[in-house]
Write a protein that binds this ligand. Structure first.
Ligand SMILES: *[C@@H]1O[C@H](CO)[C@@H](O)[C@H](O)[C@H]1NC(C)=O
Ligand SMILES: *[C@@H]1O[C@H](CO)[C@@H](O)[C@H](O)[C@H]1NC(C)=O
Length: 252
């Protein structure tokens, strides 16, 4: 009886500690992604005895690695430029491996698999910048939104979110009269947004956020911009906001 118990607890000791010295598995694996800048992170920080390697793949596809995330002692991996098929969904395995120069008898290393991440539908969109202009006759207010830049490049050119989402990208403007709490919402398919049914001579405050209606409800709205207010009683402000004319120089 006591011999059996002793044998059992020895087996238990082997399976929990591992005769060949198993490495801890990664925990709390998280995707963080804004404007297609996509970072995989996990815990804990490794001791000097082991390291992490990241393997990622499309559903049903081959496993791939990113050079910077092989036998690394970091607990993050930037996969922005690795997830090349934006419309695909990826999962990643984080393998606990020997340190960079170490070796091991183990054939298979412990690993943790991430949740699924689909760049096109999952990346968050940051708050956009915009310029505000009221026409001289004060009948028209126009917001000029700058499409936020992404972490992606094509032919040496940094892409913005309009380059990626094209006509799926809309903007949602939330506005209210200065000092009023009643909010109104206007949705625009373009980055130049014209509002013509505002009360003339009133000051309004506007915030803008990206809106991608083709996504699932919890991912449709981007981060909301800081509000900007018009001040219709003081036209000098709008002088400062109008775009200066660019002079043209003609080299001889
Ligand atoms: C994982 O997250 C939980 C909850 O935040 C935390 O208690 C735990 O310590 C984390 N694991 C590691 C290895 O840091
Ligand atoms: C908002 O209204 C307050 C009070 O009427 C005024 O002092 C302030 O200048 C207004 N802000 C803008 C940006 O017009």
């Amino acid at each position: 009886m006591s011999r059996t118990l002793a044998a059992l607890s020895f087996v238990f000791f082997l399976s929990t500690h591992g005769a060949s010295g198993s490495y801890p598995r990664a925990q709390n694996v998280t995707w963080t992604s804004t404007n297609f800048k996509t970072i995989l992170s996990w815990e804990p920080k490794p001791s000097a005895d082991y390291s992490y390697t990241v393997e990622f793949s499309r559903a049903g596809g081959d496993k791939q690695r990113n050079l910077h995330c092989i036998r690394s002692s970091f607990t993050t991996c930037d996969l922005s430029t690795s997830l090349t098929d934006l419309n695909a969904c990826y999962t990643a395995d984080i393998l606990s491996e020997p340190p960079k120069l170490g070796t091991s008898d183990m054939i298979e290393f412990p690993h943790t698999t991430s949740s699924q991440f689909c760049p096109y539908t999952d990346t968050d969109i940051s708050k956009p910048d915009f310029k505000l202009k009221v026409s001289e006759d004060k009948k028209k207010t126009t917001l000029y939104v700058t499409d936020p830049l992404t972490a992606l490049f094509k032919d040496g050119q940094q892409l913005n979110i309009r380059d990626i989402f094209s006509d799926q990208l809309q903007y949602r403007v939330t506005y209210r009269k200065n000092q009023s709490t009643g909010k109104k919402v206007y949705t625009s398919k373009t980055s130049e947004i014209e509002l013509s049914d505002l009360d003339q001579g009133e000051s309004y405050c506007f915030s803008v956020q990206a809106y991608i209606p083709s996504r699932s409800v919890d991912k449709q709205l981007g981060e909301m911009s800081q509000p900007q207010c018009s001040n219709n009683d003081n036209p000098s402000i709008f002088k400062a906001l109008t775009l200066p004319l660019t002079p043209h120089y003609h080299p001889l």
